[in-house]
Write a protein that binds this ligand. Sequence first.
Ligand SMILES: NC(=O)c1ccc[n+]([C@@H]2O[C@H](COP(=O)([O-])OP(=O)(O)OC[C@H]3O[C@@H](n4cnc5c(N)ncnc54)[C@H](O)[C@@H]3O)[C@@H](O)[C@H]2O)c1
Length: 313
Amino acid sequence: MSTFKVVVSDQVFPSVEIERELLSGIDAELMVATGDVANVLRDAADADAILNTYLPWTAESIAQLQRCKIIARYGIGFDNVDLEAASDAGIVVTNVPDYSVEEVATHALALIMSALRKLIPADRSVRAGAWNVDQFRPIRRLSTLTVGLVGYGRIGRRIAEPLAALGARIVAHDPYLEPSPELPELLGFEALLGEADIVSLHLPLNDETRGIVGESALAAMREGAILVNTSRGPLVDLDALGGALRDGRLSAAALDVFDVEPVDPGRIEGVPNLIATPHMAYYSEEALEESQRKAATQVIKVLTGQEPDYRVN
Ligand SMILES: NC(=O)c1ccc[n+]([C@@H]2O[C@H](COP(=O)([O-])OP(=O)(O)OC[C@H]3O[C@@H](n4cnc5c(N)ncnc54)[C@H](O)[C@@H]3O)[C@@H](O)[C@H]2O)c1
């Protein structure tokens, strides 16, 4: 019988050997659960710790945890865990805030470039035997454009660097920052929407930000602007965005995240100039390994009475 039981509630990794090996160092046994919350709770109710990816931990399911000390998220966002309920139950919640900053910034940059340079329709047209640029007019020069970053934290900063190096003007909206010489120009949300040719979302999902890009924000964006979301799906009203793309108010959009995942393909079928990727911005082999190592380390720290590195409650 091991000293501790750690349950992986859901995960996206080819194997959990990294966690298993690290946890064996404190005599913790690792179990990988599958299925919905009810299934997972069968294994997790008496766990000392939970490693979590997307499975929601609501107040009701947290109440079923009899001896859990920590819910350690493998990822950055923690909108799927009821922090108040966890705190009330004496459960530490941690995330891994830095494992995929480079990957998400790279993915957002790739989406911006694909949308701006119309790579996907260009590829399709060549395969269909066409060979001209007329159908792709207009394409604008990046160094004449303004990129508006909504949320200027780790990822927002990381993507600002290459965009600025390529000559784009950067503006940002982040209500938690004070203007300073190291920061790009900070604007109100509406003002940013009115100035940016490309809007990229890098803010967390919470009660304040849910649906922040709905009808009225879309109407405030510049004619022909591009919207990119690699943050969280419910920030954007997908149906309103579909309308703005269909009637040509926006020239393109690129989404890595959707309000409901996986997205029902019927909801984006026929929506023009929309690039969709399957919530993969975080992914690289190196990032996954870092997230597994760091999440397991949070579990080890809490179970051995140390302060974790990345407490969020
Ligand atoms: N698609 C993916 O695979 C993937 C991977 C990792 C992270 N993410 C998402 O990316 C988001 C950003 O990550 P990060 O590491 O940059 O987080 P971060 O915490 O470093 O930065 C978020 C920034 O948003 C700002 N902010 C908060 N409320 C805001 C508001 N109402 N308007 C504008 N700005 C606001 C904060 O002040 C902060 O500076 C995360 O919340 C996560 O949901 C997605």
